[in-house]
Design a protein around this ligand. Structure first.
Ligand code: NDP
Length: 398
C-alpha cells in the first residue's frame, strides 16, 4: 500500500496526478493538496480514478503537519513552488514521511539557487531513517540521471558537461512563460554562472550565445548560457568534471520582451509602494501574463533536452549526447498539459516509483545522480519519455 500526497495543483501537479493515477499498482491512494482547493478538484475531475483533494498553505508548517497526520502518506511529492521546499521538508521530518521535489529551495526575497539549505537537512533525514530526493524533474532531474548514465556506461570519466534545453515549440502568444512566470523569470534574469577548473565563473545573464543543431529534424536554434541548479550537485558528485555549462533556447521575440520588461522594472523582486500598498513588480507581472496551464491546448512543436558528456575511454577522447524529445500536442492529449509540465511531472512520478519500490533507497537527502540510472531510465521510457544516446569518437564542437 503506497499512499502519496501531491502538493501543488499547477501545470506540473496536473501531470503528476494523471501519471500517478495511471500507475495504480504503485500509487494505491492519491491525495492532491494545494493553496486553492478548486484547482485540485478540477484536476481530480479529469481523472477516472478517485483522487482525494485538500486545501493547505504549504508555507505553514503546523498546517502541513496536520494534513500529513490526517492523510498518513508514505511519500510527499512537492510540486508547489521552490519557496515551500523547506517548510514541506520540516513537516515530513516531524511526521516521518519521505520527500521528493523538482526544484531547489529559493528564498522569496533573493533569486538565489543553491542546494546548501536542503543539503543541510541530510543528517536530520538520516537520523529519522527517511529519504528526501531532490530535483526529480527534467532539468534538474533526468539531466542528472543522463549524466550518471554517461559516467556508468559510456565514459571512463566525464571531463566536460553541456546540458542543453530546447523548447522548439510555439504557443502563438506574444509573450508567455512555459512554467510559473515568477520562477521562470527569476531564473533567466539571474547572472550566468558556469563551472570551470574548480570554480564558478560569473558572466552577465544571457550574454553568451551559440547556435546548436538539434537532432531529429528540429534543426538549428540559438542557445544561451545560464546558471542552472543541477550543475552544483553534478560537479560535487562527479569531481572529474572540469567544465560544466547549461544552455537554453530563447526566441528573439522572447528576449526582446524580457529586455523591455527588465528595463522598465517589471522583473524586480523587491516590493515597491503602489497606491498605499506594497507590491512586488514580478508578482504583479505574473498576474497579468497568460497562466502557463492555459497554453496547453495552444502549444505545438517539440522539446529536446539532453546532455553532451565529453571525456575519455581508454585514454581516447569520446563524447556521448543523451537526449529526449517530447511532443507538446501528444503530452496535452494524454494529460491536458504541454510538454514543459509533462517533462517535469513524469520524472517526478518515476522518482516516486523508484522510492516506493525501494529501487532507489537511502537515508538522508539525495540528488538523482547518486543512484543507479538504469531502473529510472527504463521506467521513464515506459512512462512516456524515451531517450536516445548518440556516441561520437571525437569531441564534436557545439
Ligand atoms: P504553477 O505555478 O503552475 O503551480 C504551482 C502550484 O503550487 C499552484 O497550484 C499553487 O497554488 C501552488 N502553491 C503555491 N504556493 C503555495 C502554498 N504556499 N501552499 C500551497 N500551494 C501553493 O507551477 P508549475 O506547476 O509550473 O511548477 C511547479 C514546480 O515545478 C515549481 O517548483 C517549478 O520550479 C518546478 N519545475 C521544475 C522543472 C524541472 O525540470 N525540474 C521544470 C519546470 C518547473 P495556486 O494555484 O493557488 O497559486
Amino acid at each position: 500500500m503506497s499512499k502519496v500526497l501531491i502538493i501543488g495543483a499547477g501545470g506540473v501537479g496536473r501531470v503528476v496526478a494523471h501519471k500517478c493515477a495511471q500507475a495504480a499498482d504503485v500509487f494505491t491512494e492519491i491525495t492532491l493538496a494545494s493553496r486553492t482547493r478548486s484547482k485540485c478538484d478540477a484536476i481530480a475531475a479529469e481523472i477516472q480514478r478517485p483522487i482525494a483533494t485538500a486545501q493547505v498553505d504549504a508555507d505553514n508548517v503546523p498546517q502541513l503537519v496536520e494534513l500529513l497526520r490526517a492523510e498518513k502518506p508514505k511519500l510527499v511529492l512537492n510540486v508547489a513552488l521552490p519557496y515551500q521546499d523547506l517548510t514541506i521538508m520540516d513537516a515530513c521530518l516531524e511526521t516521518g514521511v519521505d520527500y521528493l521535489d523538482t526544484a531547489n529551495y529559493e528564498p522569496l526575497e533573493t533569486a538565489k539557487f543553491e542546494y546548501s539549505w536542503q543539503w543541510a537537512y541530510h543528517e536530520r533525514f538520516r537520523e529519522k531513517g527517511l529519504m528526501a530526493l531532490l530535483g526529480s524533474g527534467f532539468d534538474p532531474g533526468v539531466t542528472n540521471v543522463f549524466t550518471a548514465l554517461a559516467a556508468k556506461q559510456y565514459l571512463d570519466e566525464i571531463q566536460e558537461l553541456e546540458i542543453i534545453d530546447a523548447n522548439a515549440g510555439s504557443h502563438g502568444q506574444p509573450f508567455a512563460t512555459n512554467f510559473n512566470p515568477e520562477i521562470n523569470i527569476r531564473e533567466i534574469t539571474a547572472p550566468c554562472r558556469h563551472w570551470e577548473d574548480g570554480r564558478w565563473v560569473e558572466t552577465p545573464a544571457l550574454k553568451t550565445r551559440r547556435d546548436y543543431h538539434f537532432p531529429e529534424g528540429i534543426g538549428p536554434l540559438g542557445i544561451y548560457r545560464m546558471y542552472h541548479e543541477e550543475m552544483e550537485s553534478l560537479v560535487k558528485h562527479f569531481p572529474s568534471i572540469r567544465k560544466a555549462q547549461f544552455w537554453m533556447t530563447f526566441s528573439d521575440n522572447y528576449l526582446k520582451h524580457l529586455e523591455v520588461l527588465q528595463n522598465v522594472g517589471m522583473t524586480r523582486i523587491d516590493p515597491v509602494e503602489f497606491q498605499g500598498q506594497q507590491i512586488v513588480p514580478l508578482q504583479f507581472l505574473k498576474a497579468v501574463l497568460p497562466d502557463p496551464s492555459s497554453l496547453g491546448p495552444l502549444t505545438k512543436g517539440r522539446t529536446c533536452i539532453g546532455v553532451v558528456a565529453k571525456g575519455v575511454v581508454d585514454g581516447q577522447p569520446k563524447q556521448v549526447y543523451i537526449y529526449n524529445i517530447c511532443d507538446h500536442e501528444k503530452a496535452y492529449t494524454e494529460t491536458n498539459s504541454q510538454a514543459i509540465s509533462y517533462t517535469t511531472g513524469v520524472p517526478a512520478v518515476v522518482g516516486a516509483m523508484m522510492m516506493l519500490t525501494d529501487q532507489w533507497r537511502g537515508e538522508g537527502v539525495f540528488n538523482m545522480e547518486q543512484f543507479d540510472p538504469d531502473p529510472f531510465l527504463a521506467t521513464l521510457a515506459e512512462c512516456g519519455l524515451p531517450w536516445v544516446a548518440v556516441e561520437g569518437e571525437q569531441w564534436l564542437r557545439l
